[in-house]
Design a binder for this molecule. Structure first.
Ligand SMILES: Cc1ncc(C[n+]2csc(CCOP(=O)(O)OP(=O)(O)O)c2C)c(N)n1
Length: 555
């Protein structure tokens, strides 16, 4: 039987002190029998415990908390099934370069060596989807292990860390002398002058350089330096899906977003380019073959760490260091240089035309372009849209004008479905001053719709916009494109208004195109939880591919 102890000396209390020392203010989780002391210690602390209805949802919340704040989000679960449920968000964070610390219970040391109820080898299961996966062997290890967990998760390239806390450690007492270790943060280096000089030499010869700005530029707060770099040199800038907003789409040099499944407007900028300046780009964001099919472009890789090897990403010069400092050093080295005039950015006028046509398209179900245009009109420049995986992501990523980093959040590393609604809960908590919209397909929506209960109970305002097509639209799109037919993609939906209201949320059903914008404004203006169901005409999906194909031929 577990000995009752003075809580001030418990291992669980020490663990919570260590979390507080790391600046943790919220833990997303779902408790179990084997971590009751941690659950109690969290309850007695200043940390808010956001109780969720699924550990996978909690893991997405922690991921998006980490993505929007830059500090590791924390998720807590029980052993076995609870921990396994956390794995999708952990893998999503890892592949999306996002700091996250996952804590779970585990069976005690008295039975972890034999066949035992609810025991699976969690440390080994988490190892391939984390930067570090370990089990706490004794209370005395807690200060070092928690410090190491946060340092590892938050240091570039950020990612996920997993720690198992066995049941006997959860219930143990700890030496009262043990204290959290002071935080130390790994600072970015200045770039090496030699690397900068070599890149300057490449840029002086460049005829048509282009910037590709990725996720690392958003994490590194490089938006201002990037705007100065591109404006002073006269270089066009495209972003990846994760980089959306790091270069404002209303800047005259903005090319748009790269990553759509076929050649899109933004690709035009790369076709004639001879030099790509990749700023914070990570190859997991999309395959470089799409912008460098002949592997003949010169590449300057600006990031905090060297590039992955890829036949279509032959790096001429790598500049490793603080991204803003690197861009400023390049500008200094290129003083008085201006790149040859790239002419008007053709893709931006094509995108603007497509959006403008959408804005006045009255069809019902609604054209995807109409939904994107109305979503843009309803949100302010700094408000945040989280866009789930599906055809909906393709439309929003390529067409939604974005003006600030991390204001259009997608998962494009693992591209997991279901993250946006739970993620919106975390973003709303982290950024109470902005409006938060989860944009989801009807498939992804029902994967985590239970979390409306969490949002309502915890009084966390957010709006969900469902693009309803009664099917897994992206898969239908892909099957039609490649096989000329589709199967096993159709389903039916519950009545969204009744469903939302049964949770205490407000439900809206869109019944004509002109209802969407006022409904979005009403829902976003309300400080409760609102769910809007909007039928979409995905007949546009194949029409878009045809139009892009025709543009291709016309070039
Ligand atoms: C967890 C998970 N399961 C399956 C997939 C594969 N997948 C990608 S998009 C998609 C369809 C999404 O459907 P829906 O949410 O309705 O959005 P739509 O494509 O209709 O806009 C599927 C099944 C995935 N990425 N993640």
């Amino acid at each position: 039987m577990t000995e009752l102890m003075d809580d001030r000396h418990s291992a669980a209390e020490l663990l919570v002190q260590c979390l507080e020392n790391e600046g943790v203010t919220v833990v997303f989780g779902l408790p179990g029998e084997e971590n009751i002391h941690l659950t109690q210690a969290l309850d007695r602390s200043r940390i808010r415990y956001v109780l969720t209805r699924h550990e996978q949802a909690a893991s997405f919340m922690a991921e998006m908390y980490g993505r929007i704040t830059g500090s590791a989000g924390v998720v807590s679960s029980t052993l076995g099934p609870g921990a396994i449920n956390m794995q999708l968000g952990v893998a999503d964070a890892m592949t999306n370069s996002t700091p996250l610390v996952a804590l779970s219970a585990q069976v005690g040391h008295d039975r972890n060596f034999k066949e035992s109820h609810q025991f699976v080898d969690l440390v080994n299961m988490f190892a391939p989807i984390t930067k570090w996966s370990a089990s706490v062997p004794a209370p005395a290890a807690i200060p070092e292990m928690i410090r190491k967990a946060f340092k590892t998760a938050e240091t570039e390239r950020p990612g996920a860390v997993y720690l198992a806390v066995p049941e006997d450690i959860d219930a143990a007492s700890a030496d009262p002398e043990l204290r959290p270790l002071p935080r130390n943060v790994v600072r970015p280096e200045a770039p090496s002058p030699n690397q900068v000089d070599r890149a300057v030499a490449v840029l002086r010869e460049a005829r048509r350089p282009i910037v590709l700005a990725g996720h690392g530029a958003a994490r590194g707060n490089a938006a201002d330096a990037l705007a100065r770099f591109a404006t002073e040199l006269g270089i066009p800038v495209a972003t990846t899906f994760h980089g959306k907003g790091v270069f404002p789409d209303d800047h005259p040099n903005a090319v748009g977003t790269i990553g759509f499944m076929t050649r899109d407007y933004a690709n035009f900028g790369f076709e004639n380019a001879d030099v790509i300046i990749a700023v914070g780009y990570e190859l997991q964001e999309f395959d470089p073959v799409r912008i460098n099919p002949d592997a003949d472009k010169h590449i300057i890789h600006v990031h905090r760490f060297p590039a992955e090897v890829d036949a279509h990403y032959p790096v001429d010069v790598g500049i490793i260091g603080d991204i803003s400092a690197s861009l400023v050093a390049l500008l200094d080295g290129l003083s008085n240089h201006r790149c040859p005039d790239h002419g008007p950015v053709r893709s931006s006028s094509l995108l603007a035309d497509e959006l403008e046509h959408g804005r006045v398209d009255d069809r019902y179900p609604l054209a995807p372009q109409r939904i994107v245009a109305d979503t843009r009109a309803a949100l302010g420049r700094d408000d945040v849209a989280l866009v789930d995986t599906g055809a909906v992501k393709m439309w929003m990523a390529r067409l939604y004008p974005t003006y600030a980093p991390n204001t259009c959040l997608v998962s494009n590393g693992l591209s997991a479905m279901g993250f946006a609604l739970p993620g919106a809960i975390a973003v709303s908590l982290a950024k109470p001053d902005v409006k938060v919209l989860a944009v989801v397909g009807d498939g992804a929506w029902l994967m985590h719709s239970q979390e409306i209960e969490t949002a309502v109970r915890e009084r966390i305002p957010l709006t969900v916009l469902i693009w309803e097509d009664n099917g897994y639209g992206l898969i239908e799109w892909k099957m039609q494109m490649e096989l000329g037919e589709h199967s096993n993609t159709a389903f039916t939906n519950p009545d969204v208004v009744t469903y939302a209201e049964s949770f205490g949320a407000t439900g809206y059903q869109i019944t004509s195109a002109d209802e969407l914008l006022p409904t979005l404004r009403a829902a976003l203006g309300d400080d409760g939880v609102s769910i809007i169901n909007c039928p979409v005409d995905y007949g546009e999906n194949l029409r878009l591919i045809e139009r892009l194909g025709e543009l291709d031929a016309a070039l």
